[in-house]
Design a protein around this ligand. Structure first.
Ligand SMILES: NC(=O)C1=CN([C@@H]2O[C@H](COP(=O)(O)OP(=O)(O)OC[C@H]3O[C@@H](n4cnc5c(N)ncnc54)[C@H](O)[C@@H]3O)[C@@H](O)[C@H]2O)[C@@H](O)CC1
Ligand SMILES: Nc1ncnc2c1ncn2[C@@H]1O[C@H](COP(=O)(O)OP(=O)(O)O)[C@@H](O)[C@H]1O
Ligand SMILES: [Mg+2]
Length: 289
C-alpha cells in the first residue's frame, strides 16, 4: 500500500449503540434529464461511505429512474423547468429538505443553464450544513469571487483540473508543483477546503497540504468524480471535519479504484465498480479501529 493508514485521519468507529441517526444525513442535490446517473452514483457513494441516511433531490422527471437505481436512499422530485433541470422555486424546496441535513452535495449532473446557476447560488447563500461542491455546482461559482470567501459554513470544492481552471480563470496547472501551489493559494484565499482531482489529487485548506497516492488511470472514466463527492459528504456526516473528510475520502476512493483495477484491470473499470470496491477499501480502514 502506498500510503500508511496510520497517517490518515481516523475513520470514526461505529459505536455499538449507534443507529442511522448517529451516522449523518446526507442530501445529494444532483441530476437532470440525461444525467440521472450522476445523482445515482453520488447517492450510492454516500451510502457506501457510511451515511446513516441519504436523500437524493433531483428534478421530477428523473426521480423514478434515480429511485429505481437503489432501494436504500430516498428520492425527492423537485419542481423543474421544461428541459428537465431544477426549476423556479426549486431552491426553496431543497432548502427545506436541507434543514435536517448534516452534509449536502451540490453539483453532479445539474447542467449549466442560467437558471441552474442561480439555483446553486441561492442554495449556497442559505445553506447552513457543510457543502461539497462539485461539477456543475463549481461551474455556477466560476470564476470564483470574493462573495464565497470566508464563509462560516464549511465548503469543500472538488474540481478536476478543467473545472479548477474555470474557477481560477487561469490555464490548467501544468506541473505537480503548480497544482499544489495554486490549490493551496486558492484555499488560503477562500478559507475552505480545495480538493484538486487527477493523478496525485491535492487536498488543502491553505495551510495543510495532503497529496493522495491512491488511484490509477483506470479511474479516468465518467462518473468516478460523482462517487468521490458522495463519499466525502458521508464522512462529514459521520463527524469528520471537512479537511479530514476530503483527505480520507480521496484516499478511500483511490484505494477502491486500485482494488477495482486489480480485479478488473484499468481498461474496463467503471464508476459503479468503484462503488463495488469501496467495502474492501473501508475494511482496510476498519482494521485500524
Ligand atoms: N452518468 C452521468 O450522468 C454523468 C454525468 N456527468 C456530468 O457531466 C457534466 C459535465 O462534466 P465534465 O466533467 O465532463 O465537464 P467539463 O467540461 O467541466 O470537463 C471536461 C473537461 O475537463 C478537462 N479535464 C478533466 N480532467 C482533467 C485532467 N485530469 N487534466 C486536465 N484536464 C482535465 C478536459 O478538458 C475534459 O474534457 C457534469 O454535470 C457531470 O457531473 C459526469 O459526472 C459523468 C457521468
Ligand atoms: N490518472 C489518474 N490517477 C488517479 N486518479 C484519477 C486519474 N484520472 C482520474 N482520476 C480520478 O477520477 C476522478 C474523476 O473525477 P471527474 O473528472 O470529476 O469525473 P466525473 O465528472 O466524470 O465523475 C477523480 O477523483 C480523479 O482524481
Ligand atoms: Mg466531475
Amino acid at each position: 500500500m502506498t500510503q500508511a493508514i496510520r497517517d490518515l485521519p481516523r475513520l470514526p468507529r461505529r459505536d455499538a449503540t449507534g443507529h442511522k441517526g448517529t451516522y449523518g444525513k446526507v442530501l445529494v442535490v444532483a441530476g437532470s434529464r440525461g444525467m440521472s446517473g450522476a445523482a445515482v452514483l453520488c447517492g450510492r457513494a454516500a451510502l457506501r461511505g457510511g451515511a446513516g441516511l441519504v436523500q437524493v433531490a433531483c428534478p421530477q422527471n428523473v426521480q423514478d429512474v434515480v429511485a429505481a437505481a437503489h432501494p436504500a436512499y430516498t428520492t425527492h422530485g423537485i419542481r423543474q423547468h421544461a428541459d428537465g433541470t431544477f426549476g423556479d422555486g426549486a431552491a426553496e424546496e431543497v432548502l427545506a429538505l436541507a434543514s435536517a441535513a448534516d452534509a449536502v452535495v451540490i453539483g453532479p449532473g445539474l447542467g449549466r443553464a442560467e437558471p441552474t446557476v442561480r439555483f446553486v447560488l441561492r442554495l449556497l447563500e442559505d445553506l447552513t450544513a457543510p457543502v461539497v461542491l462539485d461539477a456543475d455546482g463549481l461551474f455556477a461559482v466560476s470564476p470564483f469571487g470574493d462573495q464565497f470567501a470566508r464563509r462560516t459554513v464549511p465548503l469543500v470544492l472538488t474540481p478536476h483540473p478543467g473545472e479548477f481552471a474555470r474557477l481560477t480563470g487561469k490555464p490548467v496547472p501544468a506541473t505537480d508543483a503548480e497544482r499544489e501551489e495554486q490549490a493551496t493559494a486558492f484555499a488560503d484565499t477562500f478559507g475552505g477546503v480545495m480538493l484538486l482531482k487527477g493523478a496525485g489529487t491535492v487536498v488543502t485548506d491553505g495551510t495543510r497540504v495532503y497529496r493522495n497516492a491512491t488511484g490509477n488511470p483506470g479511474m479516468g472514466t465518467g462518473g468516478t468524480g460523482d462517487v468521490l463527492a458522495g463519499g466525502i459528504a458521508a464522512l462529514i456526516g459521520q463527524g469528520l471535519k471537512a479537511f479530514d473528510a476530503a483527505v480520507l475520502g480521496a484516499w478511500v476512493h483511490g484505494r477502491a479504484g486500485d482494488l477495482g483495477a486489480e480485479a478488473l484491470g484499468q481498461t474496463a473499470l467503471t464508476a459503479p465498480d468503484l462503488l463495488d470496491h469501496l467495502p474492501a477499501a473501508f475494511k482496510e480502514l476498519e482494521s485500524h479501529w
